[in-house]
Design a protein around this ligand. Structure first.
Ligand SMILES: C[S@@+](CC[C@H](N)C(=O)[O-])C[C@H]1O[C@@H](n2cnc3c(N)ncnc32)[C@H](O)[C@@H]1O
Length: 366
């Protein structure tokens, strides 16, 4: 399947197009802020040995709007932004889709084999971008479509449900992209409800079935274990050898009717698996229009990179991704063409203690 529209450029031309001329050469092992059009800057990175374990982007959403910083914010930063202009979001229709596609192609090239990509967008253009992402990354590398609650419930006048969410598409470059399986804290009350049983040594535990839905036709997980078959239409969750090992370790509880169940202990519980609906509301007093929530970025970076990883955000805005990387010990590369964005990022880092060390690079056109 492919999305067809006029002006769709061949991949070779996207990769081979004009490069930005960087006024300074990137210093290896340093975080970096580059001011310029990300298309030309991304191409210029292709020619260097810089590669990323993670890229998050929050591009314009084709809203047709012009975004300005509040007067209070502009008066505290440079006079070049005294008009208050932050950025224009006025590319629409197929031109917008192609604008995004070209950047997505370059981002994929710049990821390591263990790399991941998160695209933050909304429900008006997201479905087109999902098709482009499947084309560029391959549908089998799609991981999640995350709903992000962005604000309190709204009371629109229009005849539709209120819109309080946007969407984040998550892809791996390959099937082995970094995944740290983040967990959410389980409250004491939830722990009590979850782990109701107590063993002879006083440890709290619960039990779960040893089988799961679906039959495997020839696999070992459909074979008898200790003379027992999995119930009809189900298979053993583990190979019978593994079930035997668990049983010998005393981790399988047998009911009086001879049904085995896996024992899970409260003191080994790592927290709840994070699901694909997240509540990370936008900051109430943003330093930059459409600024995202720092905890949202912390979650993404924690899940899909390691300490020391290099992380890219080529629509950096106020630098939320960069600040979250700094907190979590990741190197970062931020790109933005807006003077207001660059001023905001520089100011953000000038307030941090200890001072953040990074290289600021302009491109020739700036
Ligand atoms: C939605 S904002 C990003 C906000 C950011 N996530 C934050 O938390 O502050 C999008 C940013 O992309 C930048 N941008 C748009 N088109 C660009 C381009 N072609 N090259 C570089 N930056 C671009 C805009 O200047 C703007 O700062």
């Amino acid at each position: 399947m492919e999305l067809c529209y006029p002006g769709k450029m061949p991949i070779d031309s996207v990769l081979g197009g004009p490069r930005a001329s960087l006024l300074q050469e990137p210093i290896p092992g340093r975080s970096m802020l580059i001011q310029g059009d990300n298309l030309a800057v991304l191409r210029s990175l292709l020619d260097r040995s810089i590669r990323f374990d993670l890229c998050y982007i929050d591009p314009p959403f084709a809203t047709g709007n012009v975004f300005r910083q509040s007067e209070e914010r502009t008066s505290t930063i440079s006079s070049s932004t005294s008009s208050g202009l932050a950025y224009r979001d006025q590319i629409k229709g197929s031109e917008f889709i192609e604008f995004m596609r070209q950047r997505i192609i370059l981002i994929r090239e710049l990821l390591t084999e263990e790399g991941s990509f998160y695209l933050h967008t909304d429900d008006k253009v997201g479905h087109y971008l999902k098709i482009i992402l499947d084309e560029v990354f391959g549908a089998r590398h799609f991981r999640n479509d995350i709903s992000r609650i962005k604000c309190n419930p709204k009371n629109f006048q229009r005849h539709a449900y209120g819109n309080s969410k946007d969407v984040i598409y998550f892809y791996g470059k390959s099937l082995k992209s970094i995944w740290n399986d983040p967990r959410e804290i389980t409250s004491d009350r939830e722990m009590e409800q979850l782990f109701r049983k107590v063993d002879a040594s006083g440890r709290r535990y619960t039990t779960v079935p040893l089988h799961a839905p679906g039959e495997t036709l020839n696999g070992a997980t459909s074979q008898p274990w200790r003379g027992l078959m999995p119930p009809a239409g189900r298979h053993w969750r583990s190979h019978p050898d593994e079930l035997e090992r668990l049983n010998q370790q005393g981790l399988i509880e047998w009911s009086s009717k001879g049904n085995p169940r896996r024992m899970l202990y409260a003191d080994e519980h790592r927290g709840k698996k994070v699901q694909d609906s997240w509540v990370f509301k936008d900051p109430p007093y943003p330093r930059y229009p459409t600024e995202k929530n720092m905890e949202l970025l912390m979650r993404i970076i924690t899940a899909s990179s390691r300490p020391g990883s290099f992380v890219l955000d080529c629509f950096a805005g106020s630098g939320t991704t960069l600040a979250a990387c700094q907190e979590l010990g990741r190197y970062w590369l931020g790109i933005d063409q807006s003077q207001a964005a660059v001023d905001t990022i520089q100011r953000r880092f000038s307030e941090t203690k200890p001072l953040v060390e990074y290289q600021f690079i302009r491109t020739e056109a700036c």
